[in-house]
Design a binder for this molecule. Sequence first.
Ligand SMILES: [Zn+2]
Length: 190
Amino acid sequence: MKPSTNVTLFPKRKPPAKTPPERDASHLCSWTSGSQQCRYPATLSSTTLGDGPWFCTFHFECASPSYGAEVVKASQDYGQEDLVASVRRRTLEQANAEAAAYCQAQGLHTTDQMRVHIAKAMPKVGSGGGSLDWARKIMARIQAGESLPMISEQKARQALGLPTIAEAERDKRTERDALEAQFPAMQALR
Ligand SMILES: [Zn+2]
């Protein structure tokens, strides 16, 4: 028998409400016991359209009024402080101070100590003053055959008052030409 092509397998769903009602602005669990509302955050709802009601994990599908009442009682101390306000109060300075205190307690270097250390250990690149060891080191590495970014060589040459890369290339060519002029046999190898 040929199956009917006219069977509706799934009933048509109602279109979702255009704007689902907003969750309680406090985001608190909707469970109430007497005059008290649960203060735990509302995270669960059995509806799929976001229109609630929303409950905390304890009150979601809770079937026992006495258990529910105990949870409400226990929740009253929870989240008294406005979370957003507390985050805003926690400034960067506070966070840094906490981090420094933690590092000190753990015997670690604090960020400020590291900054002082780096300022001492690292030359002031590009500032014109200070030690030029960094530039000499770069030139030594290049002379040892290491391949460094051209910008490093340029900066190092500039800092040390050496000829530019182009000038150096020209000098090298001049040097080679002079050598070849002295040893005509080498010219034959070209
Ligand atoms: Zn609750």
